[in-house]
Design a protein around this ligand. Structure first.
Ligand code: GLY
Ligand code: MN
Ligand code: MN
Length: 434
């Protein structure tokens, strides 16, 4: 790891220490290996808070932050060097290197954690950790918490660390924006390749293989989530991941896929016709979703409320469905009765960062929180018409459209991080023809 990068993590730990009251101890656990079967593990993915504060990608580690009257310290518990285990599991940083490379006050063998922790909490008034932590992690601290003077003292001392870390993660630094932009660039390339390669008669997984291959070829070994390649009716299953149907000539294909780069996610959806040409019914729905998406994107800026953006997309698409005779009634009544929820069952988007559905809240102290410069979000309206829905005109049945881009809120407006991917029906048809 480079020195300048280590300073970024040190700076984040210092900011967190400053948020801790005097006489506090905060624990941030790494993830552990997850067993897939017998002695085979799932691919290791670091805990996002731990990664945010350390940049350290090893399991069996705990970051401890402590404050007293005069100062705060950062301590890392991790695995020491072990030649025979490293032969199987790969090289470890070890204690000496961890202290030096990660720039922590001290690095200590993870095996010593409980002994030291039991002494440390005796003179701490506040203990911060993830109150929803996995049981296996909680077991490591439970005996000492239960040993505190009384149940009341214990409950008063325990605090949710996420309430301090999540607001920090909600506003992205220039370094983080750079990583997200790289993830977006790779995902844009992958979507372009898959869109161009699509032919009726292929299986959905053939397109999935192009996406994953492009991610890995560019050094992004992991997807930020399982890719969705949904043809025709499968698009109505919002988190469809079977990806094993044969693509029919008249199908729309909805691809929702994004790679992860240095832990940072991208999250892109495009919908295109398998044949390379939209039918008029497909185009009508596509243009309506696009109108909602572009109108919301143009409205985004610091000070805007996210809840209003969802309502804006509802209003535009409800009016569009009225014009297409898919809904009947007055606009105001249809909006009030949430009539569109049958066809648009999710929100306008979400925060994006180390988690694809990143941490943070659009509410603060019971009030709506306005957008701020440095937030990264997706905008992803969609309309989904089941093939068996006899209440809608036949030509629209089986059509599913979602259009999703990733955006950065800037001091004056918004920057689309995934702008290089064809999006209008004309751009898509032209790209698929080349
Ligand atoms: N790919 C998941 C989502 O769009 O939220
Ligand atoms: Mn999304
Ligand atoms: Mn998505």
């Amino acid at each position: 790891m480079q020195k300048e990068i280590n300073q970024v993590f040190k700076f984040r730990r210092q900011r967190l220490i400053e948020l801790l009251p005097c006489d506090s101890i905060a624990l941030i656990f790494s993830n552990d290996y997850q067993i897939r079967n017998r002695d085979i593990n799932y691919p290791f993915r670091q805990d996002s808070n731990f990664l945010y504060l350390t940049g350290f990608n090893e399991p069996d580690s705990i970051l401890v932050l402590m404050t007293d009257q005069s100062k705060g310290v950062d301590i890392l518990f991790c695995r020491p060097k072990n030649h025979s285990e490293e032969i199987w599991q790969g090289e470890r940083l070890g204690l000496t290197q961890a202290k030096e490379t990660l720039n922590v006050e001290t690095a200590i063998d993870i095996e010593s954690f409980q002994d030291l922790f039991s002494g440390w909490i005796e003179n701490k008034k506040n203990i911060y950790f993830n109150l929803q932590m996995p049981a296996k992690q909680y077991q490591k601290i439970k005996p000492f918490l239960c040993g505190m003077e009384s149940q009341d003292t214990m409950i008063e001392s325990l605090h949710e660390i996420n309430h301090l870390i999540h607001p920090m993660r909600m506003i992205k630094s220039p370094e983080e924006i750079m990583q997200i932009q790289i993830a977006c660039d790779i995902s844009v390339l992958a979507h372009k390749q898959a869109m161009k390669a699509c032919k009726p008669g292929q299986y959905e997984y053939e397109l999935e293989s192009i996406l994953i291959s492009e991610f890995i070829r560019k050094g992004a070994r992991f997807s930020a989530y399982e890719s969705i390649v949904a043809s025709g009716q499968n698009g109505c299953t919002l988190h469809y991941t079977n990806n094993n149907s044969r693509i029919k000539p008249d199908d729309l294909v909805l691809i929702d896929a994004g790679c992860e780069w240095q832990g940072y996610a991208s999250d892109i959806t495009r919908t295109f016709p398998a044949s390379g040409v939209f039918s008029s019914a497909q185009c009508a729905i596509y243009d309506l979703v696009l109108l909602a998406q572009m109108t919301v994107i143009e409205a985004l800026a610091p000070g805007i409320y996210w809840q209003d953006m969802h309502q804006l997309s509802v209003k535009i698409m409800t009016q569009g469905l009225l014009d297409l005779n898919i809904l009947e009634g007055t606009l105001s009544h249809l909006i009030e009765s949430k009539a569109i929820q049958r066809f648009y069952m999710h929100g306008i988007g979400h925060f994006l960062g180390l988690d694809v559905h990143d941490v943070g809240s659009m509410k603060h102290q019971g009030k709506r929180r306005p957008l701020e410069s440095g937030m990264v979000l997706t905008v992803e309206p969609g309309l989904y018409f089941d093939q068996n829905d006899l209440t809608i005109p036949e030509s629209f049945r089986g059509i599913s459209v979602r259009i999703e881009d990733d955006l950065l809120i800037t001091p004056t407006g918004v920057r689309v991080l995934t702008a290089d991917l064809p999006k209008t029906s004309v751009e898509i048809e032209a790209w698929m023809k080349v």
